[in-house]
Design a binder for this molecule. Structure first.
Ligand code: SF4
Length: 473
């Protein structure tokens, strides 16, 4: 996913010493964790004197915060860099091009010589030092550099973030890095070991976000259910959920990236018992065949995965369950793939994403034999997605006639609908949305809707009462 720099609100600008000048444009690629880094870098640059440009053509410095954990993400990042290099050329070199993020952490030193249009490469450990790097760039003339340090940056509530003006939904990173070492995954080497933020620091950021008008907070991390294991007194995720959900004025709290090896009954009970926590479980299982799970080093069995789902659905009959899968992992025989297909068919996930296995250098799985061809991987991905499309449609059809609380995101661009928003079953960026036929509401309003129709991924509805802010939903 690609996002361009929001302007942000001026109230966030502080009066610290201005070291920088000029206009900055940021392009954020990849996941929501990367997006937060972009927001933090934007705020640090702005507090040091830069202003935000809406387009790269209007900027003095363009920063592209890249993704680089699998093949397609790397390709997308390279395309974005080369497109910016072209804009730089058209402007006679008047733009300074900075490449940050996962691709820079992983390949910055190598790409420094291959992409001469980029002036500066900075890894994921450099987020907190962006202002000094930009200052060095503005002061230092033509010397091009790659600065790749140990990826150990961890934001705190004292880091400001450039959020879109009037944002009603915001991600909140409770931890960074990962210590799991799944055999296919390059993220631990890109993002470093798992580091959790202190609970009180997370609560403080939640309070700050609510004070800025955020109504829904989404807790994220590479593995949110590993939260607290690295801290001295090992605070529990269930306690953190309770504390954040108690922040005054917070209407919705959602948790993403719950690794099945670490989901506890306490987390599910908290989710079930707190009114403002969405009954939404994002459980990236990756596979269900035990031999594949072991080869992936997922440290969880198919039995445990089934038990978590049974328990979660037992506690929350209205639970929306999301998962992500990898198909075409080495040694995924037709029989093992069929086992996955049967599981998808029977488990009826509300939302599901599929990746084809990407062989990443430096990961243990890259050396595994019995590799599956790209064509076969794609066939398997398409087969799962086709199966899931029917399931998603059937799940959505069961919602017709139900009443849902929808957080309005703005005017609809889809013909025949006035507004678009999300009900509690729908996370931003990855799930479908709810389109509303008519009615008046502003972004950030909550409205009560009756679901009247659907397609495979989206819901269609009608507002029952205008302006339900004051209603108890
Ligand atoms: Fe990668 Fe596994 Fe950590 Fe997720 S849990 S970031 S897949 S190592």
């Amino acid at each position: 996913r690609r996002r361009e720099t929001p302007q942000g609100s001026d109230s966030e600008t502080s009066a610290v010493k201005k070291l920088l000048a000029g206009k900055l444009h940021i392009i954020s690629l990849g996941c929501s964790k990367n997006l937060i880094d972009s927001e933090v870098m934007g705020a640090l640059a702005r507090d040091s004197g830069m202003t935000m440009a809406n387009r790269p053509q209007d900027a003095d410095v363009v920063l592209v915060n890249t993704c680089g954990f699998i093949g397609p993400a790397k390709e997308e990042s390279l395309e974005a860099i080369l497109a910016l290099a072209e804009i730089k050329k058209q402007r006679g070199g008047a733009i300074r091009l900075v490449v940050a993020g996962c691709l820079a952490q992983r390949y910055g030193r190598k790409l420094l010589s291959e992409i001469p249009e980029a002036d500066l490469w900075i890894g994921t450990g450099e987020v907190g030092r962006i202002a000094e790097h930009l200052q060095g760039l503005q002061a230092g003339g033509a010397k091009r550099k790659a600065i790749v340090s140990r990826p150990d940056f961890l934001m705190t509530a004292h880091h400001k973030r450039v959020l879109p003006s009037g944002a009603a939904t915001a991600y909140l990173k409770i931890s960074d890095g990962c210590s799991n070492r799944c055999t296919y995954c390059a993220i631990p080497s890109i993002r470093g070991r798992a580091r959790s933020r202190r609970p009180e620091d997370i609560v403080l950021e939640a309070e700050n976000l609510v004070a800025r008008g955020v109504r829904e907070i989404i807790l994220i991390g590479q593995d949110t259910t590993a939260y607290g294991k690295d801290l001295k007194n090992r605070p529990l995720l269930s306690g953190l959920l309770t504390d954040v959900s108690a922040v005054s004025g917070l209407r919705r709290l959602r948790l993403l990236y719950a690794h099945p090896a670490h989901v506890t009954t306490g987390v599910l009970e908290t989710m079930a018992s707190r009114e403002n926590i969405c009954r939404y479980l994002d459980l990236p299982i990756q596979h269900i065949d035990d031999a594949i799970l072991a080869a992936m080093n997922r440290r969880v069995s198919s039995k445990t995965i089934r038990e978590i789902i049974r328990q979660a659905r037992g506690m929350m009959p209205d639970l929306a369950l999301r998962t992500s899968l990898i198909v075409g992992f080495p040694r995924e025989t037709p029989k093992r793939f069929d086992r996955l297909m049967d599981f998808v068919r029977n488990m009826r996930f509300d939302h599901l994403g599929v990746f084809t296995y990407s062989r990443e250098e430096g990961t243990p799985a890259a050396d595994l034999p019995s590799r599956i061809s790209e064509k076969e991987k794609e066939r398997r991905r398409d087969a799962v997605m086709n199966e899931q499309a029917d399931i998603s449609l059937a799940v959505n059809q069961t919602l017709i006639g139900s009443i849902q609380e929808v957080l309005i995101e703005g005017k609809s661009e889809r013909r025949g609908f006035a507004l678009v928003g999300r009900c509690r079953r729908q996370a931003p960026d990855v799930d479908g949305v709810t389109y509303l036929k008519k009615g008046r509401a502003a972004a950030g309003d909550f409205v009560r809707c009756k679901i009247t129709g659907c397609d495979h991924y989206d819901l269609f509805g009608e507002i029952l009462f205008d302006n339900c802010r004051k209603m108890k939903l």
